[in-house]
Write a protein that binds this ligand. Structure first.
Ligand SMILES: [Zn+2]
Length: 407
């Protein structure tokens, strides 16, 4: 199969490293992978695309909550009240596995409609519902990790599980959806306030034994950090996770807004990833993450929608929000190419998917064909910036998962 158009390519020579560029060309796809990238030529007999089309890898979202697609837009509450009044009731409804399966299906539909083909997702504490979401994601051809949420306190009783039960159920999912699979289970303690020391420590051991991705939240709001200090005897938030063996290069901590320099150094030394979620941060008025300070400290930063506190299902608009958040701080402003890199190869590499998020020989053929309805080429203006700021999801005219078109 040949796909021709303007290819979004990684530019390893650009500074700062990891930007991307646009060049005309053709992808030759065989089975589920890109076999060859032919730069400079538009194939006359291409099966898909055209000279006015942009060909990009599927977008990757490193932080979202499947049950929260049904509560997007619940505005006006800070994090802890939003959890109690809006989020936990929605997650309780996943006790009904049929309801959960339907909700997960709607969530996957929305991801794909908006061009997201790779996800790091939270389900709920419900074992059967999480298993159903994993099975459905696998059947739909998505790539990603999905975790059964671990909580044993500070949440409604219907959302708390003993450490014994939580760890046994997570281990069961990891045996059925092993790390490294296209769809894998993840170890997912929600965040320190809802997890006892014992639960965190056993989650850390399970992740070390299985090589699973770890997902959690860190330092999203000041009130949450104060609660952690009370619950953990004054220990620093990042240190709580470090003590439980939960930090490391397979760990994605969402937010990381309210961190002191010592915590940033601890995160950098451990290789922990911080998922920056700018839309959710402004929505819950949690604060603005100092992305450039984390990068300067050597912390690996990914990008996430954090649906449903994040109301944007498009990772392009999340990338735009990253630019706007940095601009609001008055510091260095990332270029559009940096944001595009973040939602494709940057996110993929950070979570260990070296064959995702890029148009390269051998990469998985999870692809989008985009046909903008603006004159985006030929002007002396950065075309990526034009696309990102004028973005319209209706421009996505075709999606491919594993080399197969899905629309
Ligand atoms: Zn979250």
């Amino acid at each position: 199969m040949l796909i021709s158009g303007q290819l979004l390519l990684e530019d390893a020579t650009a500074s700062p490293a990891g930007r991307c560029r646009i060049a005309p060309g053709t992808l030759r796809v065989r089975d589920d992978r890109i076999e060859e990238v032919i730069e400079g030529e538009l194939a006359a007999a291409a099966d898909w695309g055209g000279p006015d089309c942009l060909i990009v890898p599927g977008l990757i979202d490193t932080h979202l909550h499947l049950p929260q697609f049904d509560i997007i837009g619940a505005h006006g509450l800070p994090l802890l009240q939003w959890l109690d009044q809006v989020t936990f009731p929605a997650e309780l409804s996943w006790a009904d596995t049929d309801h959960a399966r339907a909700a997960a299906s709607r969530a996957f539909d929305q991801c794909l409609r908006h061009g997201t083909t790779g996800i790091c997702a939270y389900a709920t504490v419900h074992h059967e519902a999480t298993a159903a979401a994993l099975r459905l994601a696998s059947d739909r051809g998505l790539r990603g990790v999905i975790g059964q949420v671990l909580m044993d306190r500070e949440a409604p009783s219907g959302l708390c599980r003993s450490a014994d039960r939580s760890i046994a159920e997570s281990a069961d999912l990891l045996s059925r959806f092993p790390p490294g699979s296209r769809i894998a289970a993840a170890v997912t303690p929600r965040f320190a306030p809802t997890c006892s020391d014992e639960l965190l420590a056993r989650a850390g051991r399970l992740a070390a034994e299985t090589g699973a991705v770890v997902q959690t939240h860190l330092a999203e709001t000041v009130a949450e950090c104060e609660r952690v200090s009370v619950l953990f005897g004054g220990r620093d938030y990042a240190q709580v996770y470090a003590d439980a063996g939960l930090l490391g290069p397979r760990t994605v901590c969402a937010h990381g807004i309210h961190l002191d320099p010592g915590s940033r150094r601890r995160l950098a030394a451990s290789g922990t990833r911080i998922a920056h979620c700018p839309v959710a941060n402004s929505f819950l008025r949690s604060g603005t993450m100092l992305r450039h300070e984390l990068l300067d400290a050597g912390v690996a930063v990914t990008l996430g929608s954090d649906i449903g506190a994040g109301y944007e299902r498009s990772m392009v608009r999340v990338g735009r929000a990253m630019i706007e958040a940095a601009a609001g701080l008055g510091g260095p402003v990332p270029a559009a190419a940096t944001a595009w890199h973040a939602i494709t190869a940057g996110n993929a590499t950070a979570i260990g998917w070296d064959d995702a998020g890029r148009l390269a020989a051998g990469a998985m053929a999870d692809l989008l064909i985009i046909r903008p309805d603006i004159a985006w080429l030929g002007l002396p203006i950065d075309p990526l910036a034009r696309l990102m700021f004028a973005w319209d999801d209706r421009w996505i005219i075709r999606r491919f998962l594993r080399g197969q078109t899905i629309n």
